[in-house]
Design a protein around this ligand. Structure first.
Ligand code: GLU
Length: 287
């Protein structure tokens, strides 16, 4: 064939599944992985796997092996090498340096207990009250790095992002407060690492659960400050148990490993999830 075809598909589309290896995958993860995989497959694009293992205290190599086994059992394959966040620490440091040079970071010396106490009067989910924002720097104390969100938002100006299901969103990073970007015990927080790596892996469409919708306001801001492209988002609804609660390991969501041990066929399960046929006791609300 000599003529080159001009195509108008989305074959350059790239999605990813980015689990943290802190336990075995459950049905909710299976649903999320299928959503990301199928979004790419439908467009003739690429589906990547990233292991978010920067939390050295909770990540376990045996869970990485378990994740790979579980995805294969579902009949899912990914393109290229798996990216491990634990191998990306210099990239996170470079991003921190860029933000630091813009005068947007400050050291936070607060302990977990202090933060719980400081935020308690403002109710659950209250944002960090900025206690260390003007603290004198101390080299003898362990510290996290937080972003001065008001300053960062003012510098970046108004920002939008697009969700394939919810439409255009005006970024509201202030609602998250001065989030941590580098932790005392880990060189990058989830927010920083995810933004740096999605750009590094050239992810064009971020397909993930609705529970991360609010985090995207922060991610959009970080993309702007770091000069990174903004992907398109698709925050899918979350699978829920019979009690209406979202699935989580700690609330007894069955692991894929246990379903396999009970004799379930992973590919059949995958097709059932795709068709919205959920195992008894599970629901998928639209909200
Ligand atoms: N690692 C995150 C998690 O397991 C997901 C990150 C993302 O999809 O942005 O919840």
């Amino acid at each position: 064939m000599t003529a080159r075809h001009v195509t108008h598909g989305q074959e350059g589309l790239v999605t990813r599944f980015a689990p943290s290896p802190t336990g075995r995958l459950h049905l909710g993860h299976a649903y999320a992985a299928l959503q990301a995989h199928d979004r790419a497959a439908a467009a003739g694009g690429h589906f990547l796997l990233r292991i978010e293992d920067i939390d050295g205290t909770r990540s376990r190599p045996e869970h990485v092996a378990g994740i790979i086994e579980d995805l294969r059992w579902l009949g899912l394959d990914w393109d290229g090498e798996i990216l491990f966040q634990s191998a990306r620490l210099t990239a996170y440091q470079a991003a921190l340096d860029t933000l630091q040079a813009q005068g947007l970071l400050y050291r936070c010396y607060c302990t977990r207990a202090e933060i719980a106490h400081l935020s308690a009067p403002h109710g659950p989910g209250a944002v960090y009250p900025g206690t260390c924002r003007h603290a004198a720097p101390r080299d003898d104390l362990p510290h996290a790095w937080r972003i001065d969100m008001a300053r960062a938002a003012a510098l970046a100006g108004p920002l939008d992002w697009h969700d394939e299901l919810a439409g255009v969103q005006r970024a509201d990073p202030l609602a998250a407060g001065d989030v941590v970007l580098a932790r005392k015990d880990a060189p990058a927080s989830y927010h920083l690492a995810v933004v740096v790596d999605d750009a590094f892996q050239r992810v064009t469409h971020i397909v993930r659960g609705r529970d991360l919708f609010e985090a995207t306001h922060v991610h959009r801001l970080l993309q702007q400050l770091l000069g990174l492209p903004t992907p398109i988002y698709r925050h899918h609804p979350l699978l829920r148990g019979a009690d209406g609660a979202r699935l989580a390991k700690r609330t007894g969501a069955p692991s894929l490993a246990s379903l396999r041990a009970a004799g379930m066929d992973g590919r059949v399960l995958a097709d059932d999830l795709r068709a919205g046929r959920l195992p008894i006791g599970f629901t998928l609300p639209n909200a």
